[in-house]
Design a protein around this ligand. Structure first.
Ligand code: CMC
Length: 436
Protein backbone atom coordinates (compact mmCIF):
# COMPACT_ATOMS: atom_id res chain seq x y z
CA UNK A 1 0.00 0.00 0.00
CA UNK A 2 1.36 3.46 -0.89
CA UNK A 3 2.04 5.87 1.96
CA UNK A 4 -0.34 8.43 0.45
CA UNK A 5 -3.50 6.45 1.00
CA UNK A 6 -5.71 5.34 3.84
CA UNK A 7 -7.70 2.11 3.70
CA UNK A 8 -11.20 1.92 5.07
CA UNK A 9 -12.69 -1.49 5.63
CA UNK A 10 -16.35 -2.23 6.29
CA UNK A 11 -16.07 -5.07 8.80
CA UNK A 12 -19.70 -6.07 8.17
CA UNK A 13 -19.23 -6.75 4.46
CA UNK A 14 -15.46 -7.19 4.22
CA UNK A 15 -15.37 -4.53 1.47
CA UNK A 16 -12.29 -2.33 1.54
CA UNK A 17 -11.23 0.73 -0.45
CA UNK A 18 -8.25 3.06 -0.54
CA UNK A 19 -8.54 6.82 -0.25
CA UNK A 20 -5.96 9.49 -1.00
CA UNK A 21 -4.25 11.17 1.89
CA UNK A 22 -3.91 14.87 1.13
CA UNK A 23 -1.18 16.95 2.73
CA UNK A 24 -1.46 20.73 2.78
CA UNK A 25 1.50 23.09 3.11
CA UNK A 26 1.08 22.85 6.90
CA UNK A 27 -1.28 20.95 9.17
CA UNK A 28 -2.97 17.62 9.68
CA UNK A 29 -3.05 15.09 6.80
CA UNK A 30 -6.57 14.89 5.42
CA UNK A 31 -8.32 11.84 3.98
CA UNK A 32 -10.18 12.54 0.73
CA UNK A 33 -13.37 10.59 1.36
CA UNK A 34 -15.37 12.14 -1.52
CA UNK A 35 -15.68 8.70 -3.19
CA UNK A 36 -16.56 6.83 0.03
CA UNK A 37 -20.22 6.51 -0.85
CA UNK A 38 -19.52 5.33 -4.40
CA UNK A 39 -16.86 2.86 -3.30
CA UNK A 40 -18.27 1.47 -0.06
CA UNK A 41 -21.86 2.77 0.10
CA UNK A 42 -21.11 4.67 3.33
CA UNK A 43 -21.39 8.21 4.65
CA UNK A 44 -19.28 9.74 7.44
CA UNK A 45 -20.86 11.14 10.59
CA UNK A 46 -19.15 14.18 12.13
CA UNK A 47 -21.56 16.56 13.89
CA UNK A 48 -19.96 19.95 14.48
CA UNK A 49 -17.34 19.15 11.78
CA UNK A 50 -14.83 18.16 14.44
CA UNK A 51 -12.66 16.14 12.00
CA UNK A 52 -13.91 17.36 8.64
CA UNK A 53 -12.18 19.78 6.27
CA UNK A 54 -14.91 21.40 4.16
CA UNK A 55 -12.63 23.00 1.56
CA UNK A 56 -9.07 23.75 0.49
CA UNK A 57 -7.92 27.26 1.35
CA UNK A 58 -4.75 29.32 1.09
CA UNK A 59 -5.88 32.15 3.39
CA UNK A 60 -5.40 31.34 7.08
CA UNK A 61 -3.59 28.60 8.99
CA UNK A 62 -4.18 27.70 12.63
CA UNK A 63 -2.25 25.21 14.74
CA UNK A 64 -4.49 24.92 17.77
CA UNK A 65 -2.05 22.82 19.81
CA UNK A 66 0.78 25.30 19.43
CA UNK A 67 -1.29 28.51 19.44
CA UNK A 68 -0.24 29.50 15.92
CA UNK A 69 -2.31 31.77 13.68
CA UNK A 70 -1.01 32.83 10.26
CA UNK A 71 -2.73 35.09 7.69
CA UNK A 72 -1.30 34.18 4.27
CA UNK A 73 1.77 32.86 6.11
CA UNK A 74 2.35 35.92 8.33
CA UNK A 75 2.15 35.37 12.13
CA UNK A 76 -0.70 37.26 13.78
CA UNK A 77 1.70 38.73 16.35
CA UNK A 78 3.73 40.49 13.62
CA UNK A 79 0.66 41.76 11.78
CA UNK A 80 -0.92 42.99 15.01
CA UNK A 81 2.20 44.96 15.91
CA UNK A 82 3.18 46.40 12.55
CA UNK A 83 0.20 46.50 10.22
CA UNK A 84 -3.11 48.30 9.77
CA UNK A 85 -6.51 46.71 9.28
CA UNK A 86 -6.76 47.82 5.64
CA UNK A 87 -3.31 46.42 4.91
CA UNK A 88 -4.36 43.10 6.47
CA UNK A 89 -7.63 43.14 4.51
CA UNK A 90 -5.66 43.62 1.29
CA UNK A 91 -3.38 40.75 2.30
CA UNK A 92 -6.29 38.41 3.03
CA UNK A 93 -8.09 39.30 -0.20
CA UNK A 94 -5.10 39.33 -2.54
CA UNK A 95 -2.58 36.95 -0.97
CA UNK A 96 0.28 39.48 -0.65
CA UNK A 97 0.95 42.59 1.43
CA UNK A 98 0.38 45.76 -0.60
CA UNK A 99 3.22 48.10 -1.55
CA UNK A 100 2.73 51.87 -0.99
CA UNK A 101 1.03 52.38 -4.36
CA UNK A 102 -1.26 49.37 -4.01
CA UNK A 103 -2.30 50.41 -0.51
CA UNK A 104 -2.99 53.94 -1.67
CA UNK A 105 -5.20 52.79 -4.51
CA UNK A 106 -6.96 50.17 -2.29
CA UNK A 107 -7.68 52.86 0.33
CA UNK A 108 -8.97 55.15 -2.39
CA UNK A 109 -11.34 52.48 -3.68
CA UNK A 110 -12.54 51.71 -0.15
CA UNK A 111 -13.29 55.41 0.37
CA UNK A 112 -15.18 55.63 -2.91
CA UNK A 113 -17.42 52.71 -1.97
CA UNK A 114 -18.05 53.76 1.63
CA UNK A 115 -21.20 55.82 0.97
CA UNK A 116 -24.70 54.40 1.39
CA UNK A 117 -27.50 54.84 -1.09
CA UNK A 118 -30.02 57.25 0.47
CA UNK A 119 -32.80 54.70 0.02
CA UNK A 120 -30.81 52.25 2.13
CA UNK A 121 -30.51 54.80 4.95
CA UNK A 122 -34.29 55.17 4.62
CA UNK A 123 -34.86 51.45 5.14
CA UNK A 124 -32.71 51.62 8.27
CA UNK A 125 -35.04 54.23 9.72
CA UNK A 126 -37.83 51.63 9.57
CA UNK A 127 -36.31 49.73 12.48
CA UNK A 128 -37.69 50.27 15.95
CA UNK A 129 -35.34 52.41 18.05
CA UNK A 130 -34.54 49.58 20.46
CA UNK A 131 -33.74 46.97 17.81
CA UNK A 132 -30.45 45.22 18.55
CA UNK A 133 -27.77 46.61 16.19
CA UNK A 134 -26.92 43.05 15.08
CA UNK A 135 -30.54 42.55 13.99
CA UNK A 136 -30.28 45.76 11.98
CA UNK A 137 -26.96 44.64 10.48
CA UNK A 138 -28.51 41.37 9.22
CA UNK A 139 -31.37 43.30 7.61
CA UNK A 140 -29.45 46.25 6.18
CA UNK A 141 -26.53 44.21 4.79
CA UNK A 142 -29.00 41.69 3.34
CA UNK A 143 -30.90 44.53 1.70
CA UNK A 144 -27.72 45.60 -0.15
CA UNK A 145 -28.59 42.66 -2.41
CA UNK A 146 -31.63 44.63 -3.56
CA UNK A 147 -29.35 47.49 -4.65
CA UNK A 148 -26.67 45.39 -6.33
CA UNK A 149 -28.16 42.40 -8.02
CA UNK A 150 -29.07 42.48 -11.72
CA UNK A 151 -25.82 44.13 -12.79
CA UNK A 152 -23.58 41.57 -11.04
CA UNK A 153 -21.86 38.99 -13.23
CA UNK A 154 -20.35 36.55 -10.77
CA UNK A 155 -18.34 34.92 -13.57
CA UNK A 156 -16.41 38.19 -13.98
CA UNK A 157 -13.47 38.46 -11.50
CA UNK A 158 -13.63 42.27 -11.61
CA UNK A 159 -17.32 42.24 -10.62
CA UNK A 160 -16.43 39.93 -7.78
CA UNK A 161 -13.54 42.13 -6.66
CA UNK A 162 -15.78 45.24 -6.63
CA UNK A 163 -18.51 43.39 -4.72
CA UNK A 164 -15.97 42.36 -2.06
CA UNK A 165 -14.54 45.87 -1.80
CA UNK A 166 -17.99 47.36 -1.53
CA UNK A 167 -18.81 45.17 1.45
CA UNK A 168 -15.61 46.01 3.29
CA UNK A 169 -16.08 49.71 2.50
CA UNK A 170 -19.73 49.99 3.53
CA UNK A 171 -19.63 47.86 6.68
CA UNK A 172 -18.35 50.63 9.04
CA UNK A 173 -20.83 53.10 7.54
CA UNK A 174 -23.73 50.67 8.06
CA UNK A 175 -22.51 49.72 11.55
CA UNK A 176 -22.23 53.33 12.69
CA UNK A 177 -25.60 54.15 11.09
CA UNK A 178 -27.25 51.29 13.03
CA UNK A 179 -25.81 52.66 16.26
CA UNK A 180 -26.86 56.24 15.45
CA UNK A 181 -30.37 55.04 14.66
CA UNK A 182 -30.56 53.19 17.98
CA UNK A 183 -29.76 56.38 19.91
CA UNK A 184 -31.84 58.65 17.66
CA UNK A 185 -28.93 60.58 16.14
CA UNK A 186 -28.71 61.46 12.45
CA UNK A 187 -26.39 59.37 10.30
CA UNK A 188 -22.88 60.74 9.82
CA UNK A 189 -21.40 60.35 6.33
CA UNK A 190 -17.96 58.89 5.75
CA UNK A 191 -14.97 61.23 5.33
CA UNK A 192 -12.42 60.40 2.67
CA UNK A 193 -9.59 62.20 4.48
CA UNK A 194 -9.72 59.85 7.46
CA UNK A 195 -8.31 56.37 7.77
CA UNK A 196 -10.62 53.36 8.09
CA UNK A 197 -10.75 53.18 11.91
CA UNK A 198 -10.70 56.95 12.42
CA UNK A 199 -13.53 57.31 9.93
CA UNK A 200 -15.57 54.69 11.78
CA UNK A 201 -15.03 56.43 15.14
CA UNK A 202 -16.04 59.74 13.59
CA UNK A 203 -19.22 58.26 12.10
CA UNK A 204 -20.07 56.67 15.45
CA UNK A 205 -19.43 59.50 17.86
CA UNK A 206 -19.34 62.93 16.27
CA UNK A 207 -21.99 65.43 17.31
CA UNK A 208 -22.58 68.98 16.13
CA UNK A 209 -21.38 70.43 19.41
CA UNK A 210 -18.48 68.12 20.11
CA UNK A 211 -16.98 66.70 16.96
CA UNK A 212 -15.08 63.51 17.58
CA UNK A 213 -12.23 64.81 15.49
CA UNK A 214 -11.15 68.41 16.03
CA UNK A 215 -10.28 70.92 13.31
CA UNK A 216 -6.66 69.74 13.39
CA UNK A 217 -7.89 66.24 12.62
CA UNK A 218 -6.67 65.07 16.03
CA UNK A 219 -7.95 61.73 17.15
CA UNK A 220 -6.73 59.80 20.18
CA UNK A 221 -3.94 57.56 18.82
CA UNK A 222 -4.34 54.91 21.54
CA UNK A 223 -8.00 54.46 20.57
CA UNK A 224 -7.19 54.17 16.86
CA UNK A 225 -4.32 51.75 17.53
CA UNK A 226 -6.49 49.54 19.74
CA UNK A 227 -9.30 49.49 17.19
CA UNK A 228 -6.93 48.60 14.36
CA UNK A 229 -5.49 45.85 16.48
CA UNK A 230 -8.85 44.32 17.41
CA UNK A 231 -9.96 44.48 13.78
CA UNK A 232 -6.74 42.70 12.71
CA UNK A 233 -7.18 39.99 15.35
CA UNK A 234 -10.78 39.37 14.29
CA UNK A 235 -10.22 39.68 10.54
CA UNK A 236 -10.13 35.98 9.72
CA UNK A 237 -10.11 32.59 11.42
CA UNK A 238 -10.30 30.07 8.58
CA UNK A 239 -13.46 27.86 8.50
CA UNK A 240 -15.24 29.20 11.61
CA UNK A 241 -19.05 28.98 11.81
CA UNK A 242 -19.81 32.32 10.13
CA UNK A 243 -17.23 31.92 7.35
CA UNK A 244 -18.49 28.40 6.69
CA UNK A 245 -22.02 29.84 6.56
CA UNK A 246 -20.90 32.42 3.97
CA UNK A 247 -19.24 29.66 1.93
CA UNK A 248 -22.27 27.37 2.19
CA UNK A 249 -24.71 30.09 1.12
CA UNK A 250 -22.36 31.22 -1.67
CA UNK A 251 -22.03 27.68 -3.00
CA UNK A 252 -25.59 28.02 -4.34
CA UNK A 253 -24.59 31.09 -6.38
CA UNK A 254 -26.67 33.38 -4.14
CA UNK A 255 -26.17 37.14 -4.15
CA UNK A 256 -22.94 37.93 -2.23
CA UNK A 257 -24.56 40.56 0.02
CA UNK A 258 -27.23 38.05 1.05
CA UNK A 259 -24.45 35.53 1.78
CA UNK A 260 -22.62 38.01 4.02
CA UNK A 261 -25.90 38.72 5.83
CA UNK A 262 -26.10 34.95 6.49
CA UNK A 263 -22.57 35.15 7.93
CA UNK A 264 -23.59 38.02 10.19
CA UNK A 265 -26.51 35.93 11.52
CA UNK A 266 -24.16 33.03 12.29
CA UNK A 267 -21.68 35.34 14.02
CA UNK A 268 -24.31 36.75 16.36
CA UNK A 269 -24.58 33.63 18.58
CA UNK A 270 -22.86 33.70 21.99
CA UNK A 271 -20.79 30.60 21.11
CA UNK A 272 -19.20 32.66 18.32
CA UNK A 273 -18.99 36.47 17.88
CA UNK A 274 -21.70 37.17 20.44
CA UNK A 275 -19.24 36.03 23.13
CA UNK A 276 -17.64 39.49 23.55
CA UNK A 277 -20.98 41.00 24.60
CA UNK A 278 -21.77 37.91 26.70
CA UNK A 279 -18.43 38.18 28.58
CA UNK A 280 -19.30 41.64 29.88
CA UNK A 281 -22.79 40.56 30.87
CA UNK A 282 -21.25 37.59 32.71
CA UNK A 283 -18.67 39.76 34.52
CA UNK A 284 -21.40 42.16 35.58
CA UNK A 285 -23.42 39.22 36.88
CA UNK A 286 -20.46 37.78 38.83
CA UNK A 287 -19.96 41.25 40.28
CA UNK A 288 -17.15 40.66 42.79
CA UNK A 289 -14.08 38.46 43.20
CA UNK A 290 -15.77 36.70 46.15
CA UNK A 291 -18.43 35.34 43.81
CA UNK A 292 -15.94 33.71 41.44
CA UNK A 293 -15.92 30.23 43.12
CA UNK A 294 -19.73 30.13 42.96
CA UNK A 295 -19.72 30.88 39.21
CA UNK A 296 -16.89 28.44 38.51
CA UNK A 297 -18.97 25.77 40.22
CA UNK A 298 -21.94 26.71 38.01
CA UNK A 299 -19.74 26.47 34.89
CA UNK A 300 -18.63 22.98 35.91
CA UNK A 301 -22.11 21.75 36.78
CA UNK A 302 -23.46 19.64 33.91
CA UNK A 303 -27.04 20.46 34.98
CA UNK A 304 -26.44 24.21 34.82
CA UNK A 305 -26.41 25.82 31.34
CA UNK A 306 -23.99 28.53 32.56
CA UNK A 307 -20.59 28.54 30.78
CA UNK A 308 -17.61 30.79 31.30
CA UNK A 309 -17.99 33.10 28.34
CA UNK A 310 -14.73 33.94 26.62
CA UNK A 311 -13.30 30.57 27.63
CA UNK A 312 -12.68 27.54 25.43
CA UNK A 313 -12.22 27.14 21.73
CA UNK A 314 -12.82 24.37 19.23
CA UNK A 315 -9.35 24.71 17.74
CA UNK A 316 -7.05 26.25 20.39
CA UNK A 317 -6.24 23.78 23.14
CA UNK A 318 -3.24 25.47 24.85
CA UNK A 319 -3.77 29.15 24.33
CA UNK A 320 -5.39 31.50 21.83
CA UNK A 321 -2.60 33.76 20.50
CA UNK A 322 -5.17 36.51 19.98
CA UNK A 323 -6.09 36.38 23.68
CA UNK A 324 -2.44 36.94 24.66
CA UNK A 325 -2.44 40.10 22.54
CA UNK A 326 -5.81 41.41 23.75
CA UNK A 327 -4.75 40.86 27.37
CA UNK A 328 -1.66 43.03 26.84
CA UNK A 329 -3.64 45.65 24.95
CA UNK A 330 -6.21 45.75 27.73
CA UNK A 331 -3.46 46.82 30.17
CA UNK A 332 -2.25 49.54 27.75
CA UNK A 333 -5.70 50.90 26.95
CA UNK A 334 -6.84 50.95 30.57
CA UNK A 335 -3.63 52.68 31.63
CA UNK A 336 -4.35 55.36 29.02
CA UNK A 337 -7.89 56.06 30.17
CA UNK A 338 -8.27 57.46 33.68
CA UNK A 339 -11.24 55.39 34.87
CA UNK A 340 -10.09 52.10 36.36
CA UNK A 341 -12.54 49.50 35.12
CA UNK A 342 -13.38 47.13 38.01
CA UNK A 343 -14.49 44.55 35.45
CA UNK A 344 -10.90 44.25 34.23
CA UNK A 345 -9.67 43.38 37.73
CA UNK A 346 -12.50 40.90 37.99
CA UNK A 347 -11.61 39.38 34.59
CA UNK A 348 -7.97 38.97 35.65
CA UNK A 349 -9.04 37.28 38.88
CA UNK A 350 -11.49 35.03 37.06
CA UNK A 351 -8.81 33.99 34.57
CA UNK A 352 -6.41 33.22 37.42
CA UNK A 353 -8.97 31.10 39.28
CA UNK A 354 -10.06 29.20 36.15
CA UNK A 355 -6.52 28.46 34.98
CA UNK A 356 -5.80 26.80 38.35
CA UNK A 357 -9.01 24.79 38.33
CA UNK A 358 -8.72 21.06 37.54
CA UNK A 359 -11.85 21.12 35.31
CA UNK A 360 -10.51 23.86 33.05
CA UNK A 361 -6.99 22.36 33.01
CA UNK A 362 -8.26 18.90 32.10
CA UNK A 363 -10.57 20.15 29.35
CA UNK A 364 -7.91 22.55 28.04
CA UNK A 365 -10.17 25.58 28.43
CA UNK A 366 -8.24 28.86 28.11
CA UNK A 367 -9.35 32.46 27.60
CA UNK A 368 -10.11 33.11 23.94
CA UNK A 369 -9.82 36.37 21.98
CA UNK A 370 -13.12 37.66 23.28
CA UNK A 371 -12.38 37.33 26.99
CA UNK A 372 -10.63 40.71 26.90
CA UNK A 373 -11.88 42.33 23.69
CA UNK A 374 -15.12 43.51 25.32
CA UNK A 375 -13.23 45.26 28.12
CA UNK A 376 -11.12 47.09 25.54
CA UNK A 377 -14.21 48.11 23.56
CA UNK A 378 -15.80 49.33 26.78
CA UNK A 379 -12.75 51.48 27.52
CA UNK A 380 -13.05 52.91 23.98
CA UNK A 381 -16.69 53.85 24.84
CA UNK A 382 -18.15 51.42 22.30
CA UNK A 383 -21.61 50.48 23.61
CA UNK A 384 -22.00 46.87 24.71
CA UNK A 385 -24.61 45.97 22.11
CA UNK A 386 -22.17 47.10 19.40
CA UNK A 387 -19.37 44.68 20.41
CA UNK A 388 -20.45 41.93 18.02
CA UNK A 389 -21.03 44.54 15.30
CA UNK A 390 -17.35 45.47 15.69
CA UNK A 391 -16.55 41.81 15.09
CA UNK A 392 -18.71 41.96 11.92
CA UNK A 393 -16.72 44.89 10.52
CA UNK A 394 -13.46 43.03 11.09
CA UNK A 395 -14.61 39.59 9.94
CA UNK A 396 -16.00 41.05 6.70
CA UNK A 397 -12.36 41.04 5.49
CA UNK A 398 -12.22 37.29 6.06
CA UNK A 399 -15.69 36.56 4.67
CA UNK A 400 -15.07 38.38 1.40
CA UNK A 401 -11.61 36.77 1.05
CA UNK A 402 -13.10 33.30 1.41
CA UNK A 403 -15.91 34.23 -0.95
CA UNK A 404 -13.41 35.46 -3.56
CA UNK A 405 -11.30 32.32 -3.15
CA UNK A 406 -14.29 30.04 -3.50
CA UNK A 407 -15.85 31.85 -6.46
CA UNK A 408 -12.50 31.74 -8.33
CA UNK A 409 -12.37 27.93 -8.10
CA UNK A 410 -13.19 26.53 -11.53
CA UNK A 411 -15.57 23.73 -10.46
CA UNK A 412 -16.93 24.74 -7.10
CA UNK A 413 -19.92 22.59 -6.16
CA UNK A 414 -22.99 23.29 -4.12
CA UNK A 415 -22.40 22.36 -0.45
CA UNK A 416 -24.84 19.65 0.42
CA UNK A 417 -24.09 17.60 3.57
CA UNK A 418 -25.65 14.18 4.09
CA UNK A 419 -27.39 13.00 7.28
CA UNK A 420 -27.89 10.02 9.52
CA UNK A 421 -31.67 9.65 9.45
CA UNK A 422 -33.12 8.64 12.84
CA UNK A 423 -36.84 9.20 12.19
CA UNK A 424 -39.69 6.79 11.41
CA UNK A 425 -39.42 4.04 8.83
CA UNK A 426 -41.91 4.39 5.95
CA UNK A 427 -45.53 4.30 7.20
CA UNK A 428 -49.01 4.79 5.76
CA UNK A 429 -51.03 7.99 5.97
CA UNK A 430 -53.84 7.80 8.54
CA UNK A 431 -57.09 9.62 7.78
CA UNK A 432 -57.80 12.30 10.37
CA UNK A 433 -60.77 10.47 11.95
CA UNK A 434 -58.68 7.36 12.68
CA UNK A 435 -55.91 9.22 14.51
CA UNK A 436 -55.89 8.80 18.29
N1 CMC B 1 -17.27 26.91 30.27
C1 CMC B 1 -17.45 25.72 30.86
N2 CMC B 1 -17.28 24.53 30.24
C2 CMC B 1 -16.93 24.57 28.95
C3 CMC B 1 -16.73 25.78 28.25
C4 CMC B 1 -16.91 26.98 28.97
N3 CMC B 1 -16.73 28.15 28.35
N4 CMC B 1 -16.39 25.51 26.98
C5 CMC B 1 -16.38 24.19 26.86
N5 CMC B 1 -16.71 23.60 28.06
C6 CMC B 1 -16.75 22.17 28.35
C7 CMC B 1 -18.00 21.56 27.76
O1 CMC B 1 -19.06 21.52 28.69
C8 CMC B 1 -17.51 20.19 27.39
O2 CMC B 1 -17.51 19.39 28.55
P1 CMC B 1 -17.78 17.78 28.44
O3 CMC B 1 -16.64 17.23 27.65
O4 CMC B 1 -17.79 17.32 29.87
O5 CMC B 1 -19.10 17.63 27.74
C9 CMC B 1 -16.06 20.38 26.97
O6 CMC B 1 -15.64 21.56 27.66
C10 CMC B 1 -15.87 20.59 25.48
O7 CMC B 1 -16.78 21.63 25.07
P2 CMC B 1 -17.52 21.66 23.68
O8 CMC B 1 -18.73 22.52 23.79
O9 CMC B 1 -17.71 20.26 23.16
O10 CMC B 1 -16.39 22.34 22.80
P3 CMC B 1 -16.63 22.96 21.39
O11 CMC B 1 -15.34 22.90 20.70
O12 CMC B 1 -17.79 22.33 20.72
O13 CMC B 1 -17.06 24.49 21.71
C11 CMC B 1 -16.89 26.80 22.27
C12 CMC B 1 -16.18 25.55 21.67
C13 CMC B 1 -16.04 28.03 22.01
C14 CMC B 1 -18.25 26.98 21.58
C15 CMC B 1 -17.09 26.57 23.80
O14 CMC B 1 -15.84 26.42 24.43
C16 CMC B 1 -17.90 27.72 24.43
O15 CMC B 1 -19.13 27.65 24.44
N6 CMC B 1 -17.20 28.76 24.98
C17 CMC B 1 -17.89 29.94 25.50
C18 CMC B 1 -18.32 30.86 24.36
C19 CMC B 1 -17.16 31.62 23.75
O16 CMC B 1 -16.32 32.19 24.45
N7 CMC B 1 -17.12 31.66 22.41
C20 CMC B 1 -16.13 32.48 21.66
C21 CMC B 1 -15.20 31.65 20.86
S1 CMC B 1 -13.79 32.63 20.29
C22 CMC B 1 -14.47 33.76 19.15
C23 CMC B 1 -14.81 33.09 17.89
O17 CMC B 1 -13.90 32.59 17.21
O18 CMC B 1 -15.98 33.11 17.52
Amino acid sequence: MSQDTVSIKNNNTGQEAEFSLLQGTLGTPTVDIGSLNNNLGLFTYDPGFVSTASCKSKITYINGGKGVLLYRGYPIEQLAKQSSFLEVSYLLMNGELPNEKELFSFTDEINNHSMLHEALSGSLRGFHYDAHPMAMMVGVVGSLSAFYHGQLDMEDPEHRRISALRMLAKMPTIAAACYRHSVGYPIVYPRFDLEYCENFLNMMFSRPSETYIDKNNYIDPVTVKALNLLFILHADHEQNASTSTVRLASSTGANPYACIAAGISALWGPAHGGANEAVLKMLAEIGTVENIPKYLAKAKDKNDPFRLMGFGHRVYKNFDPRATITRETCHEVLAHFPSNDPLFELALALEEHALKDEYFIEKKLYPNVDFYSGIIYRALKIPENMFTVMFVIARTAGWVSHWLEMMAEPNHRISRPRQLYTGYDKRDYLPRESRK
